[in-house]
Design a binder for this molecule. Sequence first.
Ligand code: NAP
Length: 704
Amino acid sequence: MAQGTQRGHGPRQLQNFVQGEWVTGTGAMTPLVDAVTGETIGETSTGGVDFKAVLQYARTVGGPALRAFTFHERALMLKRVAIALMARKEEFYPLSFQTGATRPDSWVDIEGGIGTFFAYASRGRREFTNERYHIDGPTEPLSKNGTFVGRHIMVPLEGAAVHINAFNFPVWGMLEKMAPALLAGVPCVVKPATTGSHLSNAVFQAILETNELPTGAIQLICGEARTLLDHVEELDIVAFTGSAATGQKLKSGAAVVSHAVRFNMEADSLNCSILGPDAVPGTEEFDLFIKEVTREMTTKAGQKCTAIRRTIVPAGLEEAVIQALSKRLGTTTIGAPTADGVRMGPLASRQQQRAVGESAERIRAVTERVYGVDDFAVVGADRAAGAFYAPELLYCAAPLTTLAPHDIEAFGPVNTVMPYRDLGEAVQLARMGRGSLVGSLVTADANVAREVVLGVAPYHGRLLVLDRTSAKESTGHGSPLPNLVHGGPGRAGGGEEMGGARGVSHYLQRVALQGSPTMLTAITREWTKGAAEHTDAVHPFRKSFDELQVGDTLITASRTITLDDIEAFAKLSGDTFYAHMDAEAARHHGVFEGRVAHGYFIVSAAAGLFVEPSLGPVMANYGLEKLRFTKPVYPGDTIHVRLTVKQKTKKDVPEGTVPQGVVEWDVEVRNQENEAVAVYSILTLVRRDVPFNASTPASASAAA
Ligand code: NAP
């Protein structure tokens, strides 16, 4: 994807990257302002950008190009992009400081964002089929004789993914949406919030410069995009992060509604943290709570969708909590992110400063301000020029009947402390947020944890239970993680992002397939029970990965299990469980008719029947999955094995390693009545189609 670079550096006109090239918007420009100094650092416009054509370009150019790759190939693209971005990360920090973010704030945004690419690169290869579609779940039996079965597959949406982001995380916000979409094979049209878009723009340009993504895979719109969603169509998807008001408006747009476009919404929420009744002053949990609440108020100057807005504490502890929080907040140095000792930078803009002030004032009208000053010192910057806002702690004495603290989001360092009398009331207060992204509970009491968590769970997307055991390694209340879902019900938008493979599935269409096992095996390339089996004279362990075909089957010779076998296995393994050793005891519960063979012996004996012992292309057996013992095996029973190639997955291995793939085998151990006594899958590493010579060392023939 070689599309050149934007012109100019420093204060400049940001360009849009659309239809494969950088273009400068025409007409009125929106200024981009440094949050610390108030100086204009650039300007941007989307004038002249044809949004309809942008979406069509994604659908017709980016989509087919991405879908030509398998999940694993796309995962590797993400990895290469992430490595390249990480190498350039220091370029992004100065731009991030201009948004008001301190270095730790910026770390979350920049390196946390790149981390989502790494996370999806690795999960993509572990959790998805190395195909252009993904097989979802097991075969569903649909008929008595097994000739008609069901299977789910997931295919990439053949539309554009429109990503609309909030201003607070210009990098993370962009990358956490891009990673699952690109892994799914869906091209992205990214629309960062205008504030902070100079940072998104720089990272976007760095992604393009890796030349790792196919043409049309990503486009960028920097600036106003009011009519963008007028052009969405049925297979497009919108992922929105921002205020509930904007989200609701966009979600109910005519084109979104009439084409039933998937719309994922992450909106503001009034997240809470609850102090357990056991966590009284003097306990480690009390100190952890104070630390966590303060951190959530001051990180990113409270401009986090996950920040704690409501602090719910046992009645009687309000005073202690307020005092401890005030003391800690008092040590927060406010100022320029680059100045020494500064822990909290300004808000993202003067508009935000006004908006936070107005919201805080509305909450203040029904509460009491217990910490906060209008006149505060700022280090390394001119307070009047930047968008500075000091932390503010409010107290609400009657939170069950006062709605404002549960309802008004001041998107800054503003928090309301509220008391509860019993756990039921704590749960009720938490639920009054009417749907949150995250909640936390600090307690060392497992009973409290269970009652509160199960009480508030339906209203939350994520819940952190913090105590002294987990504190050291805890990732904290406010950090969404790529392997856990991010999103929340109700007020929080009702959406869900990330969560590993779950986040990718939003960009895929799940299709239920019905047909015969042979047909579904041919379509999915995963053998399903009842499908045709191929047997020939060559033992499958003599075939290379490339020679093996899905459905290749070995029916082994038989072996009769004896009492001596059971005795010998018991001696060798040390497993003398009564059911194997004592006929009367074995019958005691009515499960067995007498001494039964060890299941693990049956699995071992099965291996003895199906392996081809001489040196061959099978390099290692590295796992056994989904093992079920379906019938007991008694002395005198005769077993044999059906071994079938179920699935083949090429493996990406470092240079110099033997080219190889993973072969999953479906194994069924049967008795003399041809009934299954054990079913499972085994996983083997098998060499690719290299000339195999038993006398050639692996490394030498790998290089051949
Ligand atoms: P916002 O005003 O709702 O804007 C969000 C995004 O929507 C921006 O990119 C904005 O672009 C865009 N937008 C607005 N109107 C649009 C339209 N008609 N068509 C297309 N795009 C449109 O929110 P914000 O002020 O940027 O962000 C702060 C809010 O986001 C807070 O309430 C916070 O709680 C929430 N938030 C939620 C999460 C979450 O994960 N749930 C994360 C971060 C923030 P412009 O900037 O160009 O107007």
